[in-house]
Ligand binder design. Structure first.
Ligand SMILES: Cc1cc2nc3c(=O)[nH]c(=O)nc-3n(C[C@H](O)[C@H](O)[C@H](O)COP(=O)(O)OP(=O)(O)OC[C@H]3O[C@@H](n4cnc5c(N)ncnc54)[C@H](O)[C@@H]3O)c2cc1C
Ligand code: SF4
Length: 509
């Protein structure tokens, strides 16, 4: 190639052939640039599996593009050309390739989008930032939807997305006569249920090389590197999703909120890492789920529940993120300041439920939604952990964690740190909820039935102490007022025991 027309920068979470920046790419005069960047692997200390997954998926995507005829300048971490940041890498690429234009699909995260935006004034080379069409609702569409609304509730946004996509619709009405079948999706799981396993993929030569690199360069990051079983190509990610539809989708709805000792996946799809980096397409997976429902392979509560997570929650949290950034990451409605406890990194705690969630997070870089929300998230809000520090923890430890989706889930949904913009009430619960939805309590050192004392489940005193501590902030919330009234009915001596128990436990952290 002589002169480069478009230098197309493809980021690590943009591994999709239908990416807007690749539209109209001409192998004769355009060049794709991809780079494994130290800054991106370390701005929080990501789980080793997450770094390996993204680097390996990037290397495979570069091969896919090359096989399709597009030239790719792929810069490996540690190579001579390798720079620390996007900007340094672009400076070098401009010098080397002298492109007429830089083309990039808009970054999913504010931090990267801001960095790219600065190139307009920094470099004479024109910059073409294209919208990310993998999302079903653009940033502008979401802003228009949010404007003038007193409350931004996911349910109404979701209904609009059903109408827009036509998914599970019968004309202009929802299939089955209801938009939402969540009330059918709260079963606790039995230990003797058949538990499907997500498809596991043996590392190929490319992945093995990446695993060596990650072990050498990021060996001191959190988490286990092996066994490494993620799909790293589109074909394998699609096979993993097909296996989910065959084996797990039909019970996805029923057991969506359940937790079981030794069962990290239950009937969840385990595809968020593939969706978030572009190996799977969100609309396509929803269409496949709708097809499974129409063919009688899954009930409506499962198909609707699954589709709502993607065209509802996933799109909605992205909308909130772009509506509220920058600044959203510092939300702290309750004024919580406690550091993240050490056992969030080690799993070394007597609380069986938290130990299970952290241990599997370390091993798999995965925990399902209810473990994130009602175990580690719930404990953090009750214990008064600083939501920003917690956000950095979630961002580090999960293979699917990208700020646009992680931050609203942590700060908004789980910590209520935005004061109720995203969630209608804090997801705070005592041990009774965890006992109802799991079997963790059966083997725990603590007694879930006790409210106070050294052997009482810590969630209990912490829960009531949270209600007492924050009564001014939550008493006017119709969904919390009842709990404040219940606390008020406790005898003063019991209220004192609750306060003492909670303080003793928090001091021990
Ligand atoms: C504190 C906290 C932090 C979270 N951080 C992330 C994160 O960094 N990245 C991430 O993708 N999800 C995050 N989630 C949402 C959710 O927990 C994960 O998407 C889900 O656990 C991924 O596992 P799965 O693929 O098996 O999901 P399933 O339960 O099988 O659901 C199917 C898909 O729906 C989507 N989905 C479900 N719930 C949500 C949600 N609340 N927000 C956005 N998408 C959703 C995901 O793409 C998921 O793959 C977080 C939730 C909480 C409470
Ligand atoms: S008793 Fe409490 S700490 Fe132990 S597993 Fe149950 S909810 Fe968790």
């Amino acid at each position: 190639m002589t002169a480069v027309r478009n230098l197309i920068l493809v980021l690590g979470d943009q591994l999709a052939p239908n990416l807007s920046s690749l539209a109209g790419a001409d192998p004769a005069c355009d060049l794709v640039l991809m780079a494994e960047l130290y800054d991106e692997a370390t701005y929080v200390r990501h789980h080793k599996k997450k770094i390996a997954f993204i680097f390996s998926a990037m290397r495979h995507f570069a091969e896919e593009l090359r096989a399709g005829g597009l030239p790719v300048d792929y810069v490996r971490l540690g190579s001579l050309q390798n720079q620390k940041s996007f900007t340094d890498q672009i400076v070098q690429a401009i010098d080397k390739h002298r492109p007429e234009r830089i083309v990039v699909t808009e970054a999913a995260e504010w931090r990267v989008a801001r960095e790219i935006d600065q190139w307009r004034t920094r470099f004479p080379t024109p910059l073409d930032v294209r919208p990310d069409r993998r999302f079903l609702s653009s940033q502008l569409e979401f802003k228009a939807w949010a404007e003038g609304r007193k409350q931004l509730r996911m349910e109404y946004f979701y209904r609009d997305m059903r109408r827009k996509t036509g998914l599970l619709m019968d004309g202009d009405q929802p299939l089955g006569g209801k938009w939402n079948f969540d009330s059918e999706n709260r079963k606790a799981a039995d230990v003797d249920l058949f538990m499907p396993r997500p498809r596991a993929f043996a590392p190929d030569a490319i992945t093995r090389e990446v695993l060596q690199l990650v072990a050498a360069r990021f060996g001191n990051h959190f988490g286990d590197l092996s066994p490494f079983c993620f799909a790293v190509t589109r074909r394998d990610a699609e096979a993993a999703f097909a296996a989910f539809i065959d084996q797990a989708l039909s019970k996805f709805g029923d057991y969506q909120d359940a937790m079981l000792t030794g069962e990290p996946f239950l009937y969840h799809a385990v595809i968020s890492q593939y969706l978030n980096c572009g190996l799977l397409d969100p609309l396509r997976v929803c269409q496949q789920v709708e097809a499974a429902y129409r063919e009688g392979r899954a009930p409506l509560n499962a198909a609707e529940g699954f589709i709502r997570q993607i065209i509802g929650w996933r799109e909605y949290v992205r909308g909130i993120y772009w509506l509220k950034m920058p600044g959203y990451e510092r939300s702290n409605f309750f004024g919580h300041t406690r550091p993240v406890p050490d056992f969030y990194w080690t799993g070394d705690t007597d609380m069986a439920c938290i130990r299970a969630a952290v241990t599997q997070t370390k091993e798999l870089a995965y925990a399902h939604h209810i473990q994130r929300l009602m175990l580690t998230g719930n404990f953090a809000v009750l214990a008064g952990i600083d939501p920003h520090a917690l956000h950095e923890w979630y961002l580090s430890v999960y293979a699917d964690a990208f700020e646009w989706v992680e931050l609203p889930n942590t700060v908004g949904m789980s910590q209520f740190a935005d004061g109720g913009l995203l969630a209608s009430k804090p997801y705070a619960a005592s041990g009774a909820y965890i006992n109802r939805m799991s079997n963790y309590c059966a083997t725990c050192r603590f007694d879930v039935k006790l409210r106070t004392g050294p052997t009482a489940c810590p969630f209990n005193a912490l829960y009531w102490d949270f209600i007492a501590r924050n009564r001014d902030k939550i008493a006017s919330n119709p969904r919390m007022a009842r709990m404040v009234r219940t606390y008020d009915k406790f005898a003063p001596a019991e209220q004192k025991r609750i306060g003492d128990s909670a303080r003793r436990f928090l001091t021990s952290l």
